[in-house]
Design a protein around this ligand. Structure first.
Ligand SMILES: Nc1ncnc2c1ncn2[C@@H]1O[C@H](COP(=O)(O)OP(=O)(O)OP(=O)(O)O)[C@@H](O)[C@H]1O
Ligand SMILES: [Mg+2]
Length: 243
């Protein structure tokens, strides 16, 4: 069994003259929960897309479960929630999940059982028959969570999963992630929500201008209880790193 679920080794990605990700080396251990932080445009989404094989790095190496992230059998082990999801507007959430189940190669019986379970979990049972085009932002986010969890993935990769959730949904989702963590799932999520990140994560990686300027435990600057992550975040951004 691999001890790393993913490894990025000296990975860079340019868009024309812009270096969105610059020589990034980062990995996630099995069962680890890491929050991926940084300013807008720091390269988080670009990194996430490379690590799951949606886009290729300009240089450097990406390994997902020890292999190539573009291989379908490797991808079948991950659950991915994009920053902005473009769903077919006329599908309802059951049809959406059924479509993704097919893409993941799951049998219909399993998809049906998982769909019932997940719609309860994200509280979309009542709205299950409505087309997705009628969903609010938070409802779409919940549909995205259900989609990412459908195949019971070993690794969850979530790009800003807390965005748009109301406070109750946020607490519920936090508890869901904690439950998954206790089951030994590996979780990597980007966020601007430092409070949520502090509550959930073993480690954080902080990006600035395409580079990782801090990767380590949240409680590194611990001393007087909560709010450490905000201090750590501001500190590393200001200094460009922690000594
Ligand atoms: N397809 C693209 N073409 C051109 N530039 C891009 C493309 N995708 C990303 N970029 C640029 O790469 C940089 C990193 O973008 P990215 O989306 O990875 O940032 P981010 O850290 O996810 O930001 P945010 O917190 O706002 O989501 C930005 O300057 C962005 O404009
Ligand atoms: Mg982003």
């Amino acid at each position: 069994m691999e001890d790393k679920v993913f490894e990025l080794d000296g990975v860079s990605r340019s868009f024309g003259a812009l270096k969105a990700v610059d020589n990034l080396t980062l990995s996630l251990g099995r069962g680890e929960v890491t929050g991926f932080l940084g300013t807008n445009g720091a390269g988080k989404t670009t990194t996430i897309k490379m690590l799951i094989g949606l886009i290729r790095p300009t240089s450097g190496m990406v390994r997902l479960f020890g292999g190539d992230p573009t291989v379908a059998s490797t991808r079948a082990r991950i659950g991915y929630m994009p920053e902005i999801a473009y769903y077919y507007p006329y599908l309802n959430v059951r049809e959406l999940l059924s479509f993704y189940g097919g893409v993941c190669g799951m049998d219909k019986q399993t998809v049906k059982a998982r769909t019932d379970e997940l719609l309860e979990e994200v509280e979309l049972v009542e709205a299950a028959k409505r087309p997705l085009k009628t969903y609010s932002k938070g409802m779409l986010q919940r549909a995205g969570i259900a989609q990412a969890l459908l195949n019971d993935p070993d690794l969850l990769v979530l790009d800003e999963p807390f965005t748009g959730l109301d406070p109750l949904a946020r607490i519920h989702f936090r508890n869901l992630l904690k439950k998954l963590r206790s089951k030994g799932k590996s979780i990597f999520f980007s966020s601007h929500e430092l409070g949520e990140t502090e509550l959930l994560c073993d480690n954080v990686a902080i990006m600035k201008k395409g580079q990782c300027i801090y990767h380590g435990p949240v409680d590194r600057l611990a001393g007087d209880g909560g709010g450490n992550l905000e201090r750590l975040f501001l500190d590393v951004l200001e200094k460009g790193g922690v000594a």
